[in-house]
Design a protein around this ligand. Structure first.
Ligand code: ADP
Ligand code: TRP
Length: 362
């Protein structure tokens, strides 16, 4: 079987260190191991309200970040999801095989829904009610979903399954938070194969790689670093300059103790654990080795080293992104070439899929 990789990110806001260490850095490494397809998932982005002009620009910026981080378009196919019609088409087909109960269990839907309620400026009381009703979906009662929740937001993971299966991808490199969506994709692939008695889709494997599969907020070691966090001090953006990186690391929450000797001791201290994890991932070394080199150091000293490491690794990416965005025509041309390649493969698969299902295909 061909070893084929597909992954994507939403063009919503700036990419941050979590996106880079949890996903993008691994995508770059995997380019030499398989046939790789990397997309900007703009159809996923519109599951929450977007400004049309900003969305287009954010799509370009996300593509620029992929290239700046090291995606080599001679090795990998880089494209925009909405330019390849098979994603939405297969999404519909797969939605006919996906039980609502499977979708109700997805935590990302719950998080997003809670966030929208929060942003809509509703009272705290109402937010709590919404959060409670969202939690209840887990017990499988789909009728509890707030009636204003959009179908597309709920069906988001089915589109993600289609992104992957349209390519018959075998491996999907993502951060830890996407594990549940990947499990759903595997279930949907199995449901299709069983429903049509065809061994058509490979069951894709998640690739959750490296030391930083879940980078946490710099303000709260128990919360994921995320684009949607209110505080910009919670994350390092790929567009931050050296001063911003230094300030954010300096202000990052830590405890008063020095760096411990063992990873087991570190695990009891979420903020300390997060900073050491970030250092380990940036420097491509295991957490244990970072501790060995810095044991007993105060965090004020370690943070200086971490800042140097982060600036050295991230600034070249930021600068390349800026250069690329100065000439959007070049990025657009790369995306058009990628789109043609992605369309060629997925159209072939769509013809086979239609044939299996008995859809009109003459
Ligand atoms: P976000 O979660 O920031 O909105 P996306 O949902 O578009 O970003 O995620 C794109 C990729 O980045 C996914 O593979 C996801 O698992 C990964 N990712 C996002 N946040 C983190 C994080 N804090 N740590 C590790 N990986 C992350
Ligand atoms: N759902 C992913 C996220 O929120 C993004 C995504 C969409 C994706 N389609 C994908 C990731 C296909 C991997 C493969 O981060």
């Amino acid at each position: 079987m061909v070893h084929r990789i597909l992954s994507g990110m939403q063009p919503t806001g700036n990419l941050h260190l979590g996106n880079y260490l949890g996903a993008l850095k691994n995508w770059v490494k995997l380019q030499d191991t398989a046939e790789c397809y990397y997309c900007v998932v703009d159809l996923h982005a519109i599951t929450v309200p977007q400004d049309p002009q900003k969305l287009k620009q954010a799509t370009r910026e996300t593509a620029a970040a992929y290239i700046a981080a090291g995606i080599d378009t001679r090795k990998s196919t880089l494209f925009v999801q909405s330019a390849v019609s098979a994603h939405a088409e297969l999404g519909w087909i797969l939605s006919t095989l996906t039980p609502l109960g499977w979708l109700g269990r997805m935590t990302q839907f719950k998080d997003t829904k809670a966030r929208i309620k929060y942003k809509a400026n509703v009272s705290e009381e109402e937010q709590k009610k919404a959060a409670a009703s969202i939690r209840k979906i887990v017990v499988d009662d789909v009728s509890i979903i707030p009636s204003d929740a959009k179908l597309g937001l709920f069906a988001y993971p089915v589109l993600m399954a289609a992104d992957i299966l349209a390519y018959k991808a075998t491996h999907v490199p993502v951060g830890e938070d996407q594990k549940q969506h990947l499990e759903l994709t595997r279930d949907i692939a199995g449901a299709f194969n069983r429903a049509y008695n065809a061994e058509y889709f490979p069951i894709p494997e998640p690739q959750i790689l490296g030391e930083a599969t879940r980078v946490m907020s710099l303000r709260d070691g128990t919360k994921k670093m995320s684009k949607s966090d209110e505080s910009d001090y919670s994350r390092i953006n790929l567009t931050d300059d050296a001063d911003a990186i230094a300030l954010k690391i300096k202000k990052a929450k830590t405890d008063a103790d020095p760096l411990p000797e063992t990873v087991a001791e570190l695990e009891k201290r979420p903020e300390a654990y997060n900073l050491v994890t970030i250092y380990a991932a940036l420097s491509d070394s295991p957490r244990g080795a970072v501790l060995e080199a810095h044991t007993g150091e105060q965090f004020s000293t370690f943070k200086k080293d971490l800042t140097e490491m982060a600036v050295a690794k991230l600034l070249p990416i930021t600068e390349k992104m800026r250069r690329l965005l100065a000439d959007p025509v070049e990025i657009d041309q790369i995306l058009i070439r990628g789109e043609e390649h992605a369309n060629a493969l997925t159209q072939k698969h769509m013809r086979e899929i239609k044939d299996i299902i008995g859809l009109w295909n003459v």
